[in-house]
Ligand binder design. Structure first.
Ligand code: LMR
Length: 399
């Protein structure tokens, strides 16, 4: 019956991470998947999360199904974190927010909503973008196109080309934008560039779909969400997917949210209802535990302060590692390639390594980066950074 089912070629990120787990070499270094490891190379349990979880276990109660839209307190707090506690759109009750299964779940529910209510619309993602963007949106039946983004020559942004392409898109087209810490390139729009993009989106009557998976890993919690607030204030039709996987180090709990900014409160209520209908069709309702942890940390002043401080430490450690590898590569690779480590932001650097160099890094040195050359710099630490720099120098220099 299933004879004709072909083998799955694997996922460029998740399958590589699984290969890494099976690699027996003791010096192996995982710079593939977007996960933050601490300086000891371990996945941190944030102190605020640990305290919230301990308190939660003290008061285990019944566990009914959550509503289709998720835990009300979580939705409220997630919305405030994304849009700002005092956002006008929030005060007016015109944002529909629901709990989702991580950022990917938010993208999927948003994609189903778009397919249903904008069946003629296509979506444009950056070139390049997170590999799973195409998979999720095509999976929901949308046609996925790209707009120019990354400049391979300079390691920076092709902003003029990006703007020119977006300025030619058909009305009701959807533009997928990364709020901060662009995945995979680490290259973001500046505040001035966001300000230039907004009128173009408005003039062309486009829908902005913002993916914010790394809030807090760029410049700070508020700074990283600034573009969302600019878009919401300007009245651009806006959908936002956000994730707590990275900034709470709660990857396996699948905590995310999807928000749609509407014209007014009645429209938001109708949109929320249709998002709930998409949730029901996919998985009925989201799970409880992770959402309670996130909500309890965000709602408690002391836990929240501790969480924010720890997140700042993570952000600073990533910056320090960028400096370390930059220094370690001095005189060993060309300057354009080296500069990327300190010019790009967030968890990722687009190294410019070729596929064959990436392959040699893995097979000869047990250093794992994505085939595209994307490196998760949050996997570097005081013990492996020199080894990684020497390994890169070796594969870049030797033919
Ligand atoms: C990544 O880009 O590595 C992460 O967002 C994990 C994932 O699901 O791909």
């Amino acid at each position: 019956m299933f004879d004709r089912v072909p083998a799955y070629p694997g996922d460029p990120i998740l399958s590589l991470n699984e290969d890494f787990q099976l690699d027996p070499r003791p010096d192996k270094v995982n710079l593939s998947i977007g996960i933050y490891f601490d300086d000891a190379g371990t996945l941190p349990v944030m102190d605020a999360v640990r305290r919230a979880e301990t308190a939660l276990l003290e008061s285990i109660g019944p566990r009914p199904y959550l509503p289709m839209a998720g835990l009300p307190q979580y939705r409220e707090l997630a919305q405030a974190l994304v849009f700002g506690a005092h956002s006008d759109a929030r005060t007016a009750g015109r944002i529909a927010t629901l709990q989702t299964l991580g950022g990917s779940g938010a993208l999927k529910v948003g994609a189903d909503f778009l397919k249903r209510y904008f069946p003629a619309s296509q979506i444009w993602i950056s070139d390049p973008s997170w590999e799973n963007h195409r998979v999720v949106f095509e999976g929901a039946g949308l046609t996925v196109n790209t707009y120019p983004y990354y400049d391979e020559q300079t390691g920076g942004l092709r902003f003029a080309d990006m703007l020119e392409t977006i300025d030619r898109l058909p009305e009701r087209g959807v533009v997928l934008l990364h709020a901060c810490c662009h995945n995979p390139t680490g290259v973001d729009l500046s505040p001035a560039q966001w300000a230039e993009l907004v009128p173009v989106l408005q003039r062309r009557k486009l829908i902005a779909f913002v993916d914010m998976a790394y809030q807090g890993f760029g410049a700070g919690l508020e700074e990283d969400a600034a573009c969302v607030r600019v878009l919401a204030d300007a009245g651009v039709p806006l959908i936002v997917a956000n994730s707590f996987s990275k900034n709470f180090s709660l990857y396996g709990e699948r905590c995310g949210a999807l928000s749609v900014v509407c014209k007014d409160a009645p429209e938001a209520a109708r949109v929320l209802g249709q998002l709930m209908s998409a949730v029901r069709a996919n998985y009925s309702n989201p799970p409880t535990h992770g959402a309670r942890l996130v909500a309890n940390v965000l709602a408690d002043a002391s836990l929240r302060a501790s969480w924010e401080a720890e997140l700042a430490t993570m952000r600073e450690r990533i910056l320090a590692m960028r400096g370390t590898i930059h220094a370690g590569l001095a005189g060993r690779v060309d300057e354009v390639m080296r500069a990327r480590y300190v010019a790009q932001r967030g968890m990722f650097t687009y190294t410019g390594l070729s596929e064959s160099q990436v392959e040699r890094l893995r097979s000869e040195y047990a250093v794992y980066v994505l085939r595209s050359g994307r490196m998760c710099v949050a996997g570097l630490n005081g013990r492996n950074a020199d080894y990684v720099a020497s390994s890169i120098a070796a594969v870049v220099v030797r033919p």
